[in-house]
Design a protein around this ligand. Structure first.
Ligand code: KG4
Ligand code: ZN
Length: 335
């Protein structure tokens, strides 16, 4: 089954052609980073309008690169939540029009299921059951995954998502938007032990996490030091990154232990972080836990993961009505 996936839930417009939920024939991502950088974050209306301007060319490009004509597509899968409602509507409307015109099945996909499905793309496929840490700009959730898509929530952040913490810390450190990649890059030249930052909720004994206190710790540290120019940015980035990664890895391994599991999947934008990938690999090796990380291209938002998630539901006979709406939060999004 050849599925056209469409993703527009935040600030990336993406389309992808994927065969049988695994083989990526094309994946085109048009990033709006430069539009939002001057505001220090995503401006919803700017994002919606930017999606509107490129959605047709991004989809045409994905078809062309895959060597496909519209008639070759067997089904359309599109993110319909959670995310920015106006942004989602752009991809959703286009997907509905495409499916209606072609008379093919159409399906709304939960964005978080998409991130988990990224682990099945062209990689050493995960085996159920596994624990999934979905860690992005909007979410830091631990799930037990027992099938496509049977998810049991084990724990989550009580406040900021880990990616949000990276972005807010980067803003305080004058590193621009989005901040994760910039911190990752600078941290490579820094010493994480140079600054002592808190690991909130690390020893609570449950699987809850918290990252907003870290941002406050950075702000206070900068105030005490007397400004950015008086601290070592590489050291501070390394210390911040280590604190976040420490919590993510320890809570993930605790989730694996709690579910008597042997397999961990880490996905979502922050799974592109080099220190998280290294530390998770080391700790999982020591504990005899299998680790699956998506390829870099499929960590941050992309439509290949949406096509993959959609394939498994479409193949099971699921369909969405053409009246399907866009949802901001996870609870409202139909699964
Ligand atoms: O999954 P994603 O593209 O969008 C959401 O669903 O939110 O994740 C974006 C988040 C941003 O907060 C970004 O700063 C973070 O992922 N990110 C990173 C890295 N690359 C992206 N965080 C840390 N290190 C990275 N290398
Ligand atoms: Zn995402």
């Amino acid at each position: 089954m050849i599925v056209l996936g469409i993703e527009s839930s935040c600030d990336d417009t993406s389309a992808s052609v994927v065969v049988d939920g695994r083989a990526v024939r094309s994946c085109v991502v048009s990033s709006q980073d430069s539009f939002h950088a001057r505001f220090g974050g995503v401006v919803p209306e700017v994002a919606s309008r930017a999606h509107m301007e490129v959605i047709d060319t991004v989809c045409a490009d994905a078809l062309e690169r895959a060597g496909c004509m519209p008639r070759d597509i067997d089904g359309v899968a599109v993110t319909n939540g959670p995310g920015l409602v106006g942004s989602i509507l752009v991809g959703l409307g286009f997907a509905k029009g495409f499916a209606y015109a072609r008379g093919i099945p159409f399906l709304g996909v939960n964005h978080l299921e998409g991130h988990i499905a990224a682990a099945f793309l062209e990689a050493d496929e995960p085996e159920f059951p596994f624990v999934a840490l979905v860690v992005s700009g909007g979410h830091t959730h631990l799930y037990e995954v027992t099938g496509f898509f049977r998810l049991r929530l084990l724990g989550q952040t009580a406040d900021d998502a880990a990616g949000e913490a990276f972005d807010k810390a980067a803003k305080l450190l004058g590193l621009g938007y989005p901040g994760g990649v910039a911190i990752d890059r600078l941290a490579k030249a820094g010493r994480s032990a140079a600054y002592d930052l808190p690991r909130p909720m690390l020893h609570t004994g449950d699987l809850m996490m918290s990252f907003s206190g870290l941002k406050t710790a950075i702000r206070q540290l900068l105030e005490r030091a007397g400004g950015i120019e008086r601290v070592s940015l590489p050291d501070l980035c390394a210390a911040f990154q280590e604190a976040v990664v420490d919590v993510l890895v320890k809570k993930s391994l605790a989730a694996v232990e709690q579910t008597n599991g042997r397999h961990l999947v880490i996905c979502g934008g922050v799974s592109a972080n080099s220190r998280l990938r290294d530390k998770a690999a080391t700790v999982c090796r020591e504990r005899g836990v299998r680790l699956t990380l998506p390829q870099f291209a499929y960590c941050t938002d992309n439509a290949a993961m949406i096509a993959a998630a959609g394939y498994h539901r479409l193949a099971a006979g699921e369909r969405s009505a053409l009246g399907l709406n866009s949802y901001a939060t996870l609870g409202q999004a139909p699964s």
